[in-house]
Write a protein that binds this ligand. Structure first.
Ligand SMILES: Cc1cc2nc3c(=O)[nH]c(=O)nc-3n(C[C@H](O)[C@H](O)[C@H](O)COP(=O)(O)OP(=O)(O)OC[C@H]3O[C@@H](n4cnc5c(N)ncnc54)[C@H](O)[C@@H]3O)c2cc1C
Length: 454
């Protein structure tokens, strides 16, 4: 039986499983169904409770993974079918085409410069971030290779001015594209890495254990929640995180969407999508209070004169150094108000937001005006969990996170022997807990492999 481990999900948790297991001598397949490993952490500005630069911590680990002789990274790759075999698993993967030869692409960006069409970036669109139809997911992406938007390759962006599409022959027959500017630019560099005829590739692997590290996703506010998607200057905490980030669409300049000016007064609404009405999140996501503390501290560090107010109900400061971190926000002049904000309207001239809230300590109703309002949204399971759980034959809990066999007696194990969990796949979690779980899940997988060797 091969001594191999499949890690599904290349966020900070999956990366740590892969590195730990590889150091113990296991062959590791690290898969992610997006074009790069890195997960959410790769898009954060700083990390609580130390406010260290997020990508500066994660990028070296990503490069380590990329260069480890025991680790094979498979991005843009989905798990399609899993069957049990001799105490291990045979796994059918599907590597979806990036229309780029990853071996030949050096990430030089010439193809990106040549592409004539910009579209809103999936993450940063609301705050003005764009990307080309051929793009790098983010500057430190691993693998460091471009990817072509499938809509472009399918000719669907031709009407928007894209150069690809509308041909009489299919790319698979015409292998030297005479019209695609990205192809020509890459050829001029002498690399020939753009392969418009590349197809999805199935791949079968045999592994002894599987670790699910598929993470979570920030909840999307429904239209109208505290004016979201109705008023321009209501954004989410993820969008605010990207505004603060030097690698984000504004280069770290905290400006508001409506007029690109620096807001002088910013409010945070904690538990924004939580249990307010049917469809609200029924659980606490643990990390949002510390995310708000981080974002207010960094805002004050950028510009100390900005007035920052956090509307909260409870305060969750559960980890080492977290209470001190909240205190640090207060020392920076952040005003915490125990309140229930229940209505937001916009001044049509200034585009400022007027928040109506009940002060939970006094019971009084107040109106307060802000230039920018940030909704602290919770963390929810990824929508791909269902499909993956079915393929793996493991269970999800009532919320849609992967279910542990027994959180006390068999933590991080599932009902299927040899399949383990870690990080956000198990529920809302911070980075340090994700890494701790990753070490534990990785060791469980490695020791299962060693049992077979013995
Ligand atoms: C705005 C914001 C700020 C935050 N700030 C902090 C902070 O300052 N400090 C802190 O400790 N924590 C912070 N967190 C929490 C932190 O992001 C998480 O703890 C961490 O990302 C969890 O890591 P993970 O690897 O489990 O999941 P993720 O980062 O979600 O990575 C999961 C990976 O799995 C991939 N994947 C998903 N489904 C599949 C599938 N079916 N097949 C293949 N691959 C799949 C995804 O593409 C992704 O790459 C923040 C979160 C948010 C939203």
């Amino acid at each position: 039986m091969p001594d191999a481990i499949l890690v599904i999900g290349g966020g900070v948790a999956g990366i740590h499983v892969a590195l730990n297991a590889a150091e113990y001598g296991s062959k590791v397949y690290l898969t992610d169904d997006t074009p790069s490993i890195g997960g959410i952490m790769a898009r954060l500005d700083k990390t609580f409770p130390t406010n260290d630069c997020s990508i500066c911590i994660e990028a070296p680990r990503m490069y380590e993974v990329d260069n480890h002789e025991n680790i094979e990274i498979l991005t843009n790759t989905e798990v399609r079918r899993v069957s049990r075999k001799n105490g291990g698993f045979t796994v059918r993967l599907l590597k979806k085409a990036k229309f780029i030869d990853e071996e030949k692409c050096t990430g030089c960006g010439t193809c990106i410069q040549a592409c004539p069409i910009s579209v809103p970036d999936e993450l940063d669109g609301k705050i003005g971030g764009t990307r080309k139809l051929v793009y790098m997911p983010f500057p430190q992406a691993v693998p460091s290779a471009s990817v072509i938007d499938t809509r472009c390759r399918a000719g669907k962006m031709r009407g928007e001015g894209a150069c690809i599409g509308g041909c009489v022959v299919d790319c698979s027959q015409c292998r030297e594209c005479p019209i695609a500017l990205c192809v020509k630019a890459c050829q001029k560099e002498g690399k020939n890495a753009v392969l418009l005829w590349q197809s999805d590739k199935p791949m079968d692997i045999e592994v002894k254990s599987i670790v699910v590290a598929t993470g979570l996703k920030p909840d999307d506010p429904e239209t109208g929640l505290y004016g979201y998607n109705v008023y321009e200057n209501v954004i989410t905490n993820v969008q605010f995180e990207r505004l603060m980030n030097a690698g984000g669409p504004t280069g770290g300049d905290i400006i508001r969407p409506s007029d690109k000016t620096h807001p002088h007064k910013i409010g945070w609404v904690q538990c924004a999508g939580r249990g307010l009405k049917e469809g609200g999140l029924p659980y606490c996501s643990k990390v949002c209070c510390m995310i708000a503390a981080k974002q207010t501290i960094i805002t004050k560090e950028h510009r100390p004169d900005v007035d920052t107010v956090v509307f909260h109900n409870d305060l969750k400061a559960y980890g080492k150094g977290f209470w001190g971190f909240y205190k640090k926000a207060v020392e920076h002049g952040v005003r915490y108000v125990r309140a229930h904000p229940y209505d937001v309207c916009e001044d049509p001239e200034t585009k400022n937001l007027i928040v109506k809230y009940e002060d939970l300590d006094t019971g009084e109703i107040h109106l307060e005006e802000f230039e920018l309002l940030v909704l602290s949204m919770g963390l929810v399971p990824g929508e791909r969990n269902k499909k993956l759980a079915k393929a793996l034959g493991i269970e999800l809990d009532g919320y849609g996170f992967f279910k542990e066999k027994d959180p006390l007696l068999h933590p991080l194990e599932t009902h299927v022997e040899g399949i383990y969990l870690c990080g956000g796949a198990t529920g809302p979690i911070d980075i340090s807990e994700s890494v701790i779980q990753a070490s534990a899940a990785g060791l469980k997988a490695v020791s299962r492999n060693s049992e077979v060797v013995r």
